[in-house]
Design a protein around this ligand. Structure first.
Ligand SMILES: Nc1ncnc2c1ncn2[C@@H]1O[C@H](COP(=O)(O)OP(=O)(O)OP(=O)(O)O)[C@@H](O)[C@H]1O
Length: 196
């Protein structure tokens, strides 16, 4: 048994508001949460610092470490690997922080096979129509990307609502209300949390 803070997984369709809710939590409880530093096999972009923005690695090395069970989740995107190592989650925990993992369903399935025992949260939109409006309203994706995200969303919703797949589902209808409910839950889960 350890008394390190239990990591928390945020999952839900693209555009549902995960990033928004995580930002709000981080502002309300300063220094209580942290993101783990991911590994990637893509090259560093200008200004990216190894160990800070990413742990830059090679395909050969990451494959070996994945095979050795050192990753809680990973994905191959356009020929590059991206992943979260157990060590990087632990380094957030060792600072006494709640490690936040903002991942998709594939990632959740991999985390479930790993040794990590996080709290699994699923963020659901009030309706598919509202999800579509948010994705369009955000204005960050092309029409093609929006269609792809909405196509994925129905499968994600099915898995998200599946019996026993998540510890808690938050329906993100009104943002203030969702955040208030979430804050209350986090204070129960992590009694040490102090508001700003
Ligand atoms: N409850 C809400 N009501 C209305 N709009 C919201 C709500 N929550 C978030 N939004 C808005 O919806 C859009 C998508 O939110 P956000 O970027 O946080 O989604 P996300 O789940 O993190 O998406 P991705 O997985 O693609 O990063 C943003 O423009 C955000 O301001």
């Amino acid at each position: 048994m350890s008394d390190l803070p239990t990591p928390v997984v945020f999952c839900g369709p693209s555009g549902v508001g995960k990033g928004t809710l995580i930002d709000l939590l981080m502002k309300k409880f300063p220094d209580a949460f942290g993101f783990s530093v991911s590994h990637t096999t893509r090259g560093p972009r200008e200004g990216e610092v190894n160990g800070k923005h990413y742990h830059f690695t090679t395909v050969e090395d990451i494959k070996k470490e994945i095979a050795a069970g050192k990753f809680v989740e990973y994905a191959e995107v356009h020929g590059n690997y991206y992943g979260t190592s157990i060590a990087s989650v632990e380094s957030v925990q060792k600072e006494g922080k709640i490690c936040v993992l903002d991942i998709d369903i594939q990632g959740v399935m991999k985390v479930k096979e790993s040794s990590l025992s996080p709290r699994y949260l699923f963020i659901s939109p009030p309706s598919m129509k509202e999800l579509e409006d948010r994705l369009r309203g955000r204005g960050t994706e092309t029409e093609e990307a929006i269609k792809k995200r909405l196509g994925n969303a129905s499968k994600e919703m099915e898995y998200g609502q599946g019996e026993g797949n998540f510890d808690r589902i938050f329906v993100n209808n009104n943002l203030d209300e969702t955040f208030a409910t979430m804050t209350k839950e986090f204070k129960e889960w992590y009694p040490h949390l102090k508001e700003a």
